[in-house]
Write a protein that binds this ligand. Structure first.
Ligand SMILES: NC(=O)c1ccc[n+]([C@@H]2O[C@H](COP(=O)([O-])OP(=O)(O)OC[C@H]3O[C@@H](n4cnc5c(N)ncnc54)[C@H](O)[C@@H]3O)[C@@H](O)[C@H]2O)c1
Length: 428
């Protein structure tokens, strides 16, 4: 085994992992099915917000290479799976990529290897879905090879917490598997936290994401009744956050986006329903509230225009910030897409600006765009775009925005992020 680590799936999670391991002096390779992405990486081009082309150059200089050839898996001492875990069209878990990656590993599996799953998934996946595929060739987990789950906690765009200084949870198939996985991560992560087993490690990630999902839904629902009660919900939350214990502040917004919060809790609720036949009511309620936020924002836009004697139909509506997080280009599951679709369906003239997005496909974020997709071209400049609009909706407060200048130039602003205070601004 001549390579310390092969990372399977070189996306938002896999690439920073490969970088951290390279930085610690491990020999690292990457395996991904996407030939264009592999060619890009090998020629020094990053496709992930948190890594620059210079970072990739440093990795390549340290010996990193990406490949679409699964033969590389045979040479690895440790293999970490970081492939996507989306929802199926029916809304349940789609483990296709995890199972595909596991089958590729099984083809080359040999004694002494350590296999770690990092993809977010329901508790039981490592043991019930991954292990049987790996063991089908006759080798046994915990005896012939080591198997563990370690949830990824990457927070794209976070300038403080990265791979190295975020504690890493590991849970092995056996205590010896946990030890081995902990020793592996200990080579480049400062703090490793041992869970009792793979299920506890899988569940830990879902607790983290479900907690965020539910608390965001809580303040989103509060925002909707604080408005008619004449309460500034942001001010109230900030006041509550002065309590130094027992409270963590969450803030309302136009909905939830990204790869984790809108998706992962479904893995858990689906599992609970399938195995126990009962609903996970908190998650279902949070889902309903957060998914309803774009419609609520649209109603607020409509009301504000009404107050000016304008109808939504024909109004020029500027959407500011269409990514799901500030200061990154990631648009996955962004709630701004359903908002735009609903505004368009009511006859609004929708324009947008986002420093990180040039062409915005409002109908499709997955796979190849269809010819019928509506693709908007970014407005040249946010302040002049604001001046040209009947109403501006601030959806993502990217650091680069001069929000005061934007508000000054606007006729009317709906601020869904609680960032602005001016006579022509309404907060969500
Ligand atoms: N992005 C985040 O912020 C984040 C945070 C925590 C956890 N996660 C979890 O980590 C996992 C990966 O997410 P991501 O954001 O890195 O996804 P991603 O889409 O950015 O990257 C996944 C990569 O895997 C590749 N891939 C798909 N199937 C493959 C296969 N069978 N073999 C090899 N490569 C394959 C894809 O081509 C892609 O490059 C998911 O389970 C996600 O829920 C993501």
């Amino acid at each position: 085994m001549s390579i310390d680590l092969v990372v399977v799936g070189l996306g938002y999670v896999g690439l920073p992992l490969a970088q951290a391991a390279c930085g610690a002096g491990l020999s690292v390779r990457g395996y991904d099915l996407h030939a264009g992405l592999v060619a890009g990486l090998n020629s020094g081009v990053s496709h992930v917000d948190d890594l620059s082309d210079d970072d990739i150059a440093v990795m390549l200089a340290a010996g990193f290479q990406a490949t679409t050839d699964d033969a590389v898996l045979a040479q690895a001492e440790t293999i970490v799976i970081c492939v996507p875990t989306p929802l199926s069209p029916e809304g349940g878990p789609d483990l296709g990529a995890v199972l595909g990656a596991t089958r590729a590993i099984a083809k080359h599996l040999h004694r002494g290897q350590l296999i770690i799953l990092e993809s977010t998934t329901y508790p039981g996946t490592t043991d019930e879905d991954v292990r049987p595929i790996l063991e089908a060739g006759g080798l046994l987990a915990g005896g012939d090879f080591s198997l563990a789950f370690s949830p990824e906690r990457i927070d794209p765009g976070n300038p403080v917490y990265g791979m190295v200084n975020t504690p890493k949870v590991v849970g092995g198939h056996t205590p010896a598997c946990t030890d081995r996985a902990a020793a592996f991560y200990g080579r480049f992560v400062k703090t490793v936290v041992r869970a009792r087993g793979t299920r506890e490690a899988e569940m830990a990630k879902l607790i983290e994401n479900t907690y965020r999902h539910i608390n965001i839904a809580l303040v989103n629902e509060m925002a909707q009744f604080c408005k008619p009660l004449g309460i500034d919900v942001w001010d109230a939350i900030s006041a509550a956050a002065s309590k130094p214990f027992g409270f963590q502040a969450f803030f309302p917004g136009p909905g939830v986006g990204g790869h984790c919060i809108p998706i992962d809790p479904n893995y858990l609720s689906h599992r609970v329903k399938t195995l126990l036949g009962q609903p996970f009511r908190f998650v279902e309620l949070a889902q309903e509230i957060n998914a309803g936020m774009p419609a609520y924002v649209k109603r607020r836009v409509q009301d504000l225009l009404n107050e000016q004697g304008k109808s939504l139909k024909g109004a020029r509506v500027l959407l500011l910030g269409v990514t799901y997080k500030p200061d990154i280009a990631d648009q996955r599951e962004s709630p701004v897409r359903p908002l735009a679709r609903q505004l368009l369906a009511s006859g609004a003239h929708v324009i947008f600006h986002d420093p990180y997005v040039q062409h915005w496909n409002i109908d499709n974020e997955h796979g190849r765009p269809a010819a019928t997709d509506r693709v908007l071209e970014r407005e040249l400049e946010p302040v002049s775009a604001a001046a040209s609009a009947d109403i501006v909706v601030l959806l993502m407060a990217h650091r680069g925005y001069d929000l005061d200048a934007i508000a000054k130039a606007s006729k009317q602003v709906l601020d869904t992020r609680g960032k602005l205070q001016a006579a022509n601004v309404e907060r969500l």
